[in-house]
Design a protein around this ligand. Sequence first.
Ligand code: PEP
Ligand code: MG
Length: 325
Amino acid sequence: LQKRFSDELPLPAKTLDERRVHLYLNAGLLSSLASEIAEGADGIGLYRTEIPFMLQPRFPSESEQVEVYKQVLDAAIGRPVVMRTLDVGGDKPLSYLPIIEENPFLGWRGIRLTLDHPELFLVQLRAMLNASAVRDQLHILLPMVCCLDEIDQAIAYLEQAYLEVKQDLHPHLVRPKIGIMLEVPVLLFQLEEVAKRVDFVSVGSNDLTQYLLAVDRNNPRVSTLYDCYHPGILRALKHARIDCDKYQLPVSVCGELAGEPIGVILLVAMGYDQLSMNQGSLAKINYLIRRVSYADLSELLDKALSLTNGTEVRQLVTAYLKAAQ
Ligand code: PEP
Ligand code: MG
C-alpha cells in the first residue's frame, strides 16, 4: 500500500473536483531533509528550530545557526520555508537553560521567553535573515503568542534585525513574511486584529487542543481526554478558517491533525488548503486527497460537528473513508 501511495506522490494533491491542497513538511532535523523535500512536498510548513538547539550542549552561535538555516532553505529549493523562532519551555527543555516552574505549559515558553531575552531572539532573527539573503522563501513564525503586544514587539525586533543584516551584509535583503502560531485559544477571537499585523497564521492543533480542553498533551493519566476530534475543537477550527477567510489572512494547519486521514478529511471540508505534516504522512495524505470530492464533504462535516464526542466523529469519518475506497 505504501508503494501505491508513493507512486502518486509526484502528482499534485487535488481532490476529484480539482481543489488543490498544498502539502508541506514538518521538519526539525537536517538528516535526509533534502530527499524528503525532493519527494513531493510543496515546501517546509514548519521548521522547528528548537530541535537543533536541543541537540547542542549550549546556545548555537549566530554563524552556526546561519549554516543550519541555509541548509534548510537549500533543501527546499525555491519553495516556501516556514521557520519557527525558538519554542522551548513546556515539553521542550534546554539542558543549558533550566526552567523550574509549577506549571510549565502555562509558563515561560515560546515567544514569552525570547521576548524576555532579546539578545537570543535578535541573534536567531539575524541568522535566519542572513541565511535567507536575497531568496524569497523565508517565512518567520512566532510560537505561543497570546497577545497582540507580543506580535508588535516581535515585529519591532524583526525590523531591527532586518536593518542590521541589510546594512552589514546583504544590501538587497528580501523581507520575510511573518506569521504566528494559532495555538493559544484566546486569539481565535482576535483574528481581525491579528490579520492587521501578520502575513499568515499556522494553526498548532496540538497545543490548541491542549489549551481548549485544559488537558496536558503528555500526561498519560488524561490521555483519553486529549482528543483533537472533540466536536468543540472541530468547531474552533472551523471558526478559525471562517474568520481567516473573512479577514483575508492566509492560514495553514501544522499540528498532528493535518497528517491524519480523518483529520485531513475534516480540515479539507472546512476549507483548509495548506496542511503541514511529518514526512511519514505525506504520500498517504496525497493519495487520500486525490480520492475525495470536496463538494461531498460539507454534509459529512456538518454531521461530525453535531455529534457528541470524538469517538463518534472518528467512527463517522472512518465509515466514510471505507465507503470511498
Ligand atoms: C502545535 O502545537 O500544534 C505545533 C505544531 O507545535 P508543537 O507540536 O511543536 O508544539
Ligand atoms: Mg505548539
